[in-house]
Ligand binder design. Structure first.
Ligand SMILES: Nc1nc2c(ncn2[C@@H]2O[C@H](COP(=O)(O)OP(=O)(O)OP(=O)(O)O)[C@@H](O)[C@H]2O)c(=O)[nH]1
Ligand SMILES: [Mg+2]
Length: 211
C-alpha cells in the first residue's frame, strides 16, 4: 500500500512529567524548549502539526500550533494521547489514513522517522513503530485513523494500558533505526528525557553534536 503522501503529525505532551517535577514540554535544552525542538524536528516530516496536551502550552520562539486535550480525564497514559490524536485527525483531515506521533521529551529523534515508518505500512489498519538497539519506542509510530473506534473500545473496556500490548494486538510493523554516531561515541536517537539527570545527559550530547 502506498501511503498517501500527506501524513499529519502530533506531538504527545499530555503526560504528568512527574519524574521531572515540572512540565517537560517547557524545559529548555540548548536555548529552545523541548516542545519547540520536537516541533522543529517533526515539521519537515509531516503535512500538518498539532500538539496533544492537558494543560496550558507555551510556544516560545516556535510556531503556534493547534492544541487538543485527551478525550476524557482518565489520563490512561500515552494511549490516551494517541486516541485523541486519531480523533483530531479524523475531524481535521478526513483524507489522512495515518497520523505520526512523537513524544515531547526525545529531542534527537531521526529526521527520516516518518518516511521510514511510512514505507513499512502495508495496509490501512497497519501500525508502524520505531525500534533501535535500546528497544522498542512505542510512542514513535504511525497510527491508522481506522483504528480510532477499536482503540476507544480497548481503553474503555479496560484493555491493558501499555502501548506495547496494543501494538502486539495489531501486529505492528517495527522499523529499526541506527544509533547517532558522534566524535564522542554513539547514542540512541530516541534518547528520552524523563529526569533532571537525563536532561544533563542530553545537554552533553547536544554539545557534542554541535561541535
Ligand atoms: N495524552 C496523554 N499523554 C500521556 C499521558 N501519559 C503520558 N503521556 C505521554 O506519553 C509520552 C511518554 O510519557 P512518559 O515520559 O512516560 O510520561 P510523562 O507522564 O510525560 O512523565 P512521568 O510522569 O515522569 O512518567 C509523553 O509524550 C507523554 O506526554 C496521558 O495520560 N495522556
Ligand atoms: Mg518519557
Amino acid at each position: 500500500m502506498a501511503l498517501a503522501a500527506a501524513i499529519p503529525g502530533v506531538i504527545l505532551a499530555g503526560g504528568l512529567s512527574s519524574r521531572m517535577g515540572q512540565d517537560k514540554a517547557r524545559i529548555r535544552l540548548g536555548g529552545a524548549s523541548l516542545l519547540d525542538r520536537a516541533a522543529r524536528r517533526l515539521r519537515p516530516q509531516v503535512s500538518t502539526l498539532a500538539v496533544n496536551a492537558n494543560g496550558p502550552v507555551l510556544f516560545g520562539e516556535g510556531e503556534e500550533l493547534p492544541v487538543f486535550a485527551d478525550l476524557d480525564a482518565a489520563r490512561a497514559g500515552p494511549l490516551s494521547g494517541v486516541l485523541a490524536a486519531l480523533d483530531h485527525t479524523r475531524r481535521t483531515q478526513p483524507e489522512a489514513s495515518h497520523v505520526a506521533t512523537v513524544p515531547t521529551d526525545s529531542p534527537f529523534f531521526p529526521e527520516d522517522l516518518v518516511a521510514r515508518l511510512a514505507r513499512a505500512v502495508d495496509g490501512p489498519e497497519r501500525i508502524a513503530v520505531a525500534r533501535s538497539e535500546a528497544g522498542l519506542h512505542p510512542v514513535f509510530a504511525l497510527w491508522p485513523v481506522a483504528l480510532a473506534g477499536d482503540l476507544a473500545a480497548w481503553l474503555a473496556g479496560g484493555g491493558a494500558l501499555r502501548v506495547r500490548s496494543y501494538l502486539e494486538r495489531h501486529q505492528a510493523r517495527e522499523v529499526t533505526f541506527p544509533p547517532v554516531e558522534t566524535a564522542r561515541g554513539s547514542f540512541d536517537p530516541f534518547f528520552n528525557i524523563n529526569t533532571p539527570a537525563d536532561l544533563d545527559a542530553a545537554e552533553n550530547w547536544l554539545w557534542v553534536l554541535e561541535r
